[in-house]
Write a protein that binds this ligand. Structure first.
Ligand code: PLP
Length: 402
């Protein structure tokens, strides 16, 4: 629209309401993680903030993507996912967990688990419904709740072992509770939910008629315990949305291929929302995902072993540099306590870390709804080559002298 005005007359002001974004969008800020990444790039630092690997993805998967593009798999896939990929997903859950998944009805392939989560929230939650969220939480769940109109009910995971208090959990459920978001293995804590904790959640879901939306993208990055999909527990199959993606298991965060698994009518609702959000994930990459999901058990064993070695390198570097670490049982992050450094504010300390030694981490406040609860924490990722982690270690020890 033209804003020209008769000569000498100032243009009519555009009302604030029209120039500003929506009230919803105003309720959350830009991702702090990406902000740290940008700051780090500007300083030429080592980025241990954002969880993306700096090592290559498996050759066979990349070759499959190239072959799919050469074979002209260039047009829209079926909205809820190429049949071959839906079959591969169902086959993997059958092999790994004995879960029966109908590829025709139960799978929605999305643009990463990020889209699978917001599509599921929009499909399940009505404005005003309560959603239980464990805290500290992966930072996307806050905006997901706002965008879907959910009222979050936070349940604390208590440090040092991120224990769940059964009474606090059950107090969070009531007749307004629509869903609970679970993330195991957990970002940012590294907690792996135990069988009895999942059983407790399952029993509350059944008592109150609640849907479990479970983000299990770190299922294969596990150092202690075992991964239990909550959907595999008695009575949970029809009230669970299981979310996963290629990003972490196959080191393909930029491909944006993920999925949600649920039975109808939940899956029907998610499919509809997904269709209007994105239509579908990249068609040739879906073909390559079939190859990824078909990798042998040895691939997953090696993945976990490699991550254990990286975890141990970063753990010892952080401890030697004065951080108190919460040792993760799964995923690829280390949450730390920074009290010893004498900074009252986690963000100021994160900036100090980038500016003085050139290492980026994520301020703890991004994982809490009250920023002060995370003000003495910082999260580092170790999804990097060992040489990157060793270079970071050399820089981190300089902190003691700065
Ligand atoms: N869920 C969790 C818990 C994560 O840590 C991340 C990325 O760090 C995502 C989802 C995003 O995954 P995707 O790349 O599949 O969207």
């Amino acid at each position: 629209m033209s804003r020209s005005s008769p000569k000498g007359t100032p243009p009519a002001p555009i009302s604030d309401r029209k120039t500003l974004g929506s009230k919803k969008a105003a309720r959350f800020t830009e991702s702090v993680i990406r902000e740290m990444t940008r700051l780090c790039q500007k300083q030429g630092g080592i980025n241990l903030a954002q969880g993306f690997p700096d090592f290559p993805a498996p050759e066979a998967i990349k070759e499959a993507a190239v072959a799919a593009i050469r074979a002209d798999v260039n047009q829209y896939a079926i909205t809820w996912g190429a049949r071959s990929l839906r079959e591969a997903i169902a086959g993997k859950y059958q092999r790994d967990y004995g879960m029966e998944i109908d590829p025709e009805r139960d799978v929605v392939v999305c643009c990463g688990s990020t889209e699978a989560m917001i599509a599921s929230m929009l499909a399940v939650v009505d404005p005003g419904d309560e959603v239980v969220v464990f805290e500290p939480f992966y930072e996307n769940y806050g905006p997901d709740a706002i965008l879907s109109g959910a009222v979050p009910r936070y349940v604390t995971l208590h440090e040092p072992d991120w224990r769940l208090d059964a009474d606090e959990l059950s107090a969070a459920f009531n007749e307004r509770t629509r869903a609970i978001i679970i993330n195991t293995p957990n970002n940012p804590t590294g907690k792996v939910f135990a069988a009895e904790e999942l059983a407790q959640i399952a029993s509350l879901c059944q008592k109150w008629g609640v849907i479990a939306i479970t983000d299990e993208i770190y299922e294969h990055i596990l150092y202690e315990g075992r991964h239990i999909p909550i959907a595999s527990l008695d009575g949970m199959r029809d009230r669970t949305v299981t979310i996963n993606s290629l990003s972490k298991t196959y080191s393909l965060t930029g491909w944006r291929v993920g999925w949600a698994i649920a039975t109808p009518p939940l899956s029907d609702a998610i499919r509809k929302v997904h269709d209007f959000l994105t239509v579908g994930a990249a068609a040739p990459l879906q073909e390559a995902a079939v190859v990824a999901l078909g990798l042998s058990d040895g691939y997953y064993r090696q993945l976990a072993e490699d991550y254990r070695a990286r975890r141990d390198v970063l753990l010892s570097a952080l401890e030697q540099s004065g951080f108190v670490c919460f040792k993760p049982d799964g995923a690829y992050y280390i949450m730390t306590d920074i009290s010893g450094f004498g900074f009252s504010d986690d963000t100021a300390f994160a900036r100090h870390l980038i500016q003085t030694v050139g290492v980026a981490a994520v301020p703890g406040s991004s994982f809490y709804h009250r920023p002060e609860d995370g003000a003495r924490k910082l999260r580092f990722t170790f999804c990097k080559r060992e040489e990157t982690l060793r270079a970071a270690a050399e820089r981190l020890v300089l902190l003691k002298r700065s």
